[in-house]
Design a protein. Sequence first.
Length: 126
Amino acid sequence: MKTARSSRHQSASLTDSIDRLASVRSDWDSYGALPVAKSARTRAKRLAIALEELLGSRLPHPVVGPTVDGGIALVWRQARLPRVHISVSSRGMKYLVLRNDTLVEQGKLSDVETFVRDVIKPYVLG
């Protein structure tokens, strides 16, 4: 059984992954990509903490990486479940859900509780 301590570690691990993106420099992809904006890191960490508060240790750790426009991508790839992508930028957050590379759903992520209920629980937790 997982404890509150292990769920805090999950969030710390995700926020640590986001913090590591501070070292991404301009042109990291050799095609002129921007460095990850501090505002995008802050927004992504707030999202990670909110997700942890709502789901605890049930939330699997996503793949975390930079986007070419200075944002952050969070991607959940679970066996036999659709992929969920969140794009976090200084302007806001968007998500999309793909099943076998076909778009299932997309939208703006503004309310975390609604997002957890409508997207994370059915598509990430199954």
